[in-house]
Design a protein around this ligand. Sequence first.
Ligand code: URA
Length: 241
Amino acid sequence: MAQMRLDKFLGEMGVGSRSQVKEMARKGRILVNGSPAVKADVKIDPEKDEIQADGKTVSYVSMEYYVLNKPAGVVSAREDGRYPTVLELIPQAKRKDLFPVGRLDLDTEGLLLITNDGQLAHRLLSPKKHVDKVYYARIAGRLPQDAVSRMAEGLALEEGWTTLPAVLEILEDGKGEKESQIRLTIREGKYHQVKRMFEALGCQVVYLKRLSMGPLVLDEGLLPGQCRPLTDEELRELNNA
Ligand code: URA
């Protein structure tokens, strides 16, 4: 691996900002291969050199990948003034540059990939790639008889935009008396897309949960608010998606 500056390395690994690291180095709190680093801008090899900050070894992680079961009430953003963010649910994260791949609404639950791999995120979100996203929803209001075919044909949601064909499976039809339960597969991810598609049918989404994104599937055992690292197999599949 190429050499990099000590302060950049420690910044990426969340030890501190460049000025904090400089100060730590000045006080002898940072060791490179056992010797105090006098300057914070020395070049190190993150894979070969042993770096310690305040007595703890800092190992280099270049990419991190987590799957989160996003609970309601948490925003899919890196920062927010009002609500907790999805990143606060990944306390084991080493890097400071993680972000959620796409957004789920504040009240939506379910699968969210969190990483710092910008290329993977770009591929998964690119409108040209048409990655399948599967949602489970509970719907109030009467589902029209032709709901499945209208979803399959595409709905004109706004001037110049008709949704791509979507697959609607009716798990339980409440016939307008009770909530219906459905599964919907879409290949886009525009703002409030699932909610807007049901609104166009005269219905209202009262609960929404994402079950999968491409080959990545939410496991039953992962409760809302819980996360786990992606397996190597899942990462391979995502990269090939
Ligand atoms: N569609 C929506 O309406 N909301 C989401 O959070 C995701 C898809």
